[in-house]
Design a protein around this ligand. Structure first.
Ligand code: B12
Ligand code: SF4
Length: 451
């Protein structure tokens, strides 16, 4: 049986300008789910191909050979996923399965574009669904109990480019911030043993990957286990050129951990700073103090770990000056990158339920749910001002002088990348102003003139 997996990208992410910008942001990489499920199906005798739309446009009209088409969804690419689903079902007469983050929160909606929808983790059910043994329209997967028992992502199935291999050493997170989707989709928090992770890294080393990303939602949640993995990486010569990971400010309380992270080349980390307003941190249930954030900034620079500082814009207790303060703080700690994220009420999260109840959701056009657009009514700022703040934050952080500083500290490649950000972020506010006066139904116009 021939099975095709597709990871769609929203329309805006498939234009050349965006793809060029994406390339300056990081190394090409892929979500692991389709490569794991594909591996399970390959082991059962299927012929599997996986495609990822972020970097190239596969020609679906030539895929008449497929028996089953499996499509992943996150919220912002769900419209594109549904279009692909409709194309394969209606034009190519193929069987379509849909799964992933968004379909798991909105299975009835996804079912309008698929023959079957799988909710949650797919490992336990994918074979039975593909071979027609489970016929329910909506199939509920159960969380994998022992993550060491599932196959590794199989990159030989991937027909589109990947420069970095993504590794999930755990699933979920022991915390439960109110805007977070993953700690709910992947529940409860589970970990793999260090030896199992090392076996996977050996494969990527042999395959010639220079970069690896630890895409765990919170790699350092269990510090003892993280340290064990890092020691084994160092001892077994499994250190890559650079390994990205998602961390949390609490990792700065453990200097032995920071030293190991640095020695194992886990030297680029995304940290959820979220806000410098303690009321906001408490409101999102972050369980993090301003002191934790400050200590983290200092300690990580001591160990040469680059911080990608993520701040959330539009929290209920934040006003414009709180946002400006957060951006200034990220500059002060010389963060390597800033990731301003507009608060996004993803279906399935408490913040979605709250805003829905309060009538504050402005639109359910899911393609705008990508953390760069305002899709709800903030409590202290107007929607248009919040949108403008997003572009202003990026512009103010990515200054020309900041780029020179990064060039001096981290070298040529990092400096050039930063200069590209400086260039792109100049256009944000004019772009918003231009679209917000163009009455063609675009989101920015509606944010400015009302829905
Ligand atoms: C790697 C990653 C990326 C990579 C690659 C993504 C890509 N090519 O699209 C990069 C960095 C490029 C990226 C970009 C973005 N990402 Co991203 N990303 C991830 C991350 C960290 C890991 C994915 C992963 O491997 N998960 C682990 C595996 C085991 O899970 P899985 O892939 O979901 O697969 C399981 C199930 O979903 C299911 N399943 C999966 N596919 C299918 C298909 C079928 C048919 C079936 C039946 C089942 C099924 O079974 C699998 C096994 O259990 C997730 C967080 C997370 N924990 O998932 C965020 C995440 C998916 N990203 C997110 C977002 C918002 C984005 C961006 C919009 C960010 C931005 N502003 O630019 C973009 C959008 C990109 C796009 N495609 O349009 C959000 C999505 C939230 C939501 N509810 O929609 C997440 C959840 C992170 C978060 N903030 O919470 N991302
Ligand atoms: S710490 Fe990060 S991964 Fe964990 S619940 Fe909060 S936002 Fe989600």
């Amino acid at each position: 049986m021939k099975v095709i997996f597709i990871t769609p990208a929203a329309d805006i992410r498939r234009n050349s300008f965006y793809r060029f910008g994406g390339n300056t942001y990081g190394h090409k990489n892929n979500i692991t789910g389709p490569l794991i499920l594909g591996h399970i199906l390959k082991n059962s005798g299927c012929d599997v191909e996986c495609y990822e739309e972020l970097y190239t446009d596969p020609d679906y009209s030539k895929m008449d050979y497929a028996d089953v088409v499996c499509i992943y969804t996150m919220t912002c690419n769900s419209k594109r996923a549904y279009d692909i689903g409709d194309f394969f079902r209606n034009e190519m007469k193929k069987r379509v399965l849909i799964g992933g983050m968004h379909a798991s929160a909105m299975p009835e909606e996804a079912l309008l574009h698929a023959d079957q929808v799988i909710v949650g983790e797919g490992e336990g059910v994918i074979e039975d669904v593909v071979y027609g043994k489970m016929k329910d329209k909506i199939v509920y997967g159960t969380p994998v109990e022992n993550l060491d028992e599932i196959p590794f992502p199989d990159y030989t199935l991937l027909k589109t480019p990947a420069k970095a291999a993504n590794v999930m050493t755990s699933r979920g997170c022991p915390f439960s911030c109110n805007f977070c989707t993953t700690s709910r989709m992947f529940y409860p928090y589970r970990t793999r043993t260090p030896d199992n992770v090392i076996k996977e890294l050996e494969i990527y080393k042999k395959a010639g990957f220079k970069y690896v990303n630890f895409e765990d939602d919170n790699f350092t949640a269990d510090k003892k286990r993280a340290k064990e993995i890092l020691r084994k990486m160092i001892d077994n010569d499994l250190v890559f050129k650079e390994t990205f990971f998602f961390g949390r400010t609490d990792m700065a309380n453990d200097e032995e951990l920071l030293d190991l992270l640095s020695r194992a080349h886990l030297r680029r980390t995304l940290i959820g700073i979220e806000s410098l307003n303690q009321e906001s941190l408490d409101y999102v249930n972050k369980r993090q103090s301003i002191e934790d954030i400050k200590r983290c900034g200092e300690k990580l620079s001591k160990y040469k770990i680059k911080i990608i500082a993520s701040i959330v814009l539009g929290l209920d207790y934040d006003n414009i000056s709180d946002i400006d303060r957060s951006v200034q703080f990220c500059k002060d700690i010389n963060a390597y990158q800033l990731q301003p994220a507009v608060l996004t009420p993803y279906p399935g999260t408490p913040v979605f339920d709250q805003f829905e109840k309060e009538g504050r959701i402005l639109t359910k056009e899911w393609e705008y749910y990508d953390m760069t657009n305002v899709v709800f009514k903030p409590s202290k700022i107007s929607p248009a001002d919040l949108q403008r703040e997003f572009f202003k934050a990026a512009k103010s952080f990515y200054s020309f002088n900041g780029a020179l500083k990064i060039l001096k500290t981290y070298g040529f490649d990092a400096g050039i990348r930063r200069l590209a950000f400086w260039f792109f972020t100049r256009f944000g506010v004019p772009y918003f102003n231009h679209l917000s006066e163009k009455s063609n139904g675009n989101l920015f116009y509606r944010l400015n003139h009302g829905f």
